[in-house]
Design a protein around this ligand. Structure first.
Ligand SMILES: Nc1ncnc2c1ncn2[C@@H]1O[C@H](COP(=O)(O)OP(=O)(O)OP(=O)(O)O)[C@@H](O)[C@H]1O
Ligand SMILES: [Mg+2]
Length: 354
């Protein structure tokens, strides 16, 4: 990195349904952050499908428009990859030294990663503390991202005249946002669930630390598609119905029933994940809280369904608890909450940090 260059990065979350951008300014010791610039621009459904960029030109145009309209000077960004292209595994290995681990990790990874190992970029991190598998072992977080996907995303960013300095994982960014905003009030045993358009990412926390991650290929799109199919609606109509807006010829009861059935599917998958972690970690401690991010957090009935399923409080993560939104932006973004959590988490990254 060039000497004297700022380490500050703009958080850029390229989601299937929209692009979120957050630029933060740190206010100094313990006083939190302030938003410098922010954007939330929708993408047409055909631009990115299930994490695959189908129309790079559209994404590039949107990025350029955001940077020029918002007059964002900093062109260095931290971006995140989603569940379609990344696999996170907590693996257990016999205790070994750094050097040995560095030599072995690729070989170990082959057993856990369903992608061709030649085609992934690997990262790993040894977890501090005792291993879930007991004495003489160590736990390692393994992150594998498809090189092809990293290239696709970094290339649209470069084409837009921006510089991708950090490529993080969406879930880790959401966790980052949670930590920054909740600090000492971090829930102990909790689930942080990001419900996007095409994917739902779950992170399970134990004693305030994330120990397990999983992605489910159900998101807001699934709700729209089911409404479309069951009620014979256009995508626009189904999208309106999903938000409980009135659509001619459709009753609210019908919509609520269909939404509830998809809620059930999603809750079921989340439950399986939580049970799996309990068995894996040999703990019976129930979840104490569920925090939601992503636009799907607003799905009608979902918070209640999750609350009933787990018998816990379900809240939307507020990315602006410790991050001040200045009044000039407050009006514009009054509605923006959980969907910007990942972008806020990304904006907290610095060039060269870990
Ligand atoms: N008020 C609402 N009611 C129901 N659904 C909503 C509401 N607001 C947003 N959504 C849904 O949330 C989804 C968008 O959320 P988000 O912006 O987090 O997704 P994304 O980041 O673009 O997608 P992904 O993370 O899967 O790549 C869409 O499916 C959208 O329809
Ligand atoms: Mg998203």
């Amino acid at each position: 990195m060039q000497f004297g260059r700022s380490k500050d990065l703009v958080g850029l979350d390229i989601g299937d349904s929209s692009i979120k951008v957050v630029e933060l300014k740190e206010l100094g010791r313990g006083r939190g952050w302030e938003v410098q610039s922010m954007a939330h621009e929708p993408l047409p459904p055909e631009a990115i499908v299930d994490g695959a960029i189908m129309d790079a030109g559209l994404v590039v145009d949107t990025l350029q428009r955001i940077w020029s309209q918002r007059r964002i000077k900093n062109k260095r960004v931290a971006t995140g990859l989603s569940g379609h292209s990344v696999i996170i595994r907590r693996i257990n290995l016999p205790a070994m030294g750094e050097q040995e681990l560095a030599e072995q990790i690729r070989w170990e990874a082959e057993q856990y990663i369903p992608f061709n190992i030649q085609e992934v970029s690997l990262d790993y991190h040894v977890l501090e503390g005792s291993s879930l598998a007991g004495e003489g072992n160590m736990d390692v977080i393994l992150v594998a991202a498809r090189k092809e996907k990293i290239d696709d995303y970094t290339s649209v960013i470069s084409q837009a005249g921006l510089e991708p300095v950090v490529v993080d994982v969406g879930t880790f960014a959401a966790l980052n946002c949670l930590e920054a905003n909740y600090a000492a009030e971090m829930p102990g045993h909790a689930a942080l669930i990001d419900i996007g358009a095409s994917v739902t990412s779950i992170a399970i926390l134990q004693n305030g630390v994330s120990v397990f991650w999983r992605d489910i290929q159900i998101g807001g799109n699934q709700y729209t598609a089911t409404l479309q199919r069951e009620l014979n609606l256009s995508r626009e109509q189904a999208d309106a119905a999903k938000r409980m807006e009135t659509v001619e010829g459709v009753s609210m009861e019908q919509v609520a029933t269909i939404l509830a059935s998809v809620n059930d599917d999603l809750c079921h998958e989340i439950h399986r994940t939580v049970d799996f972690v309990k068995a894996f970690a040999g703990t019976e401690t129930p979840l104490q809280a569920i925090l939601l991010t992503g636009g799907g957090a607003r799905l009608p009935g979902l918070q209640d369904a999750l609350g009933k399923q787990f018998g816990v409080r379900v809240d939307m993560l507020d990315p602006f608890r410790k991050v001040r939104l200045p009044s000039r932006l407050e009006g514009q973004f009054a509605e923006t909450g959980p969907e910007t959590a990942v972008a806020v988490g990304l904006a907290l990254r610095k060039a060269g940090d870990r």
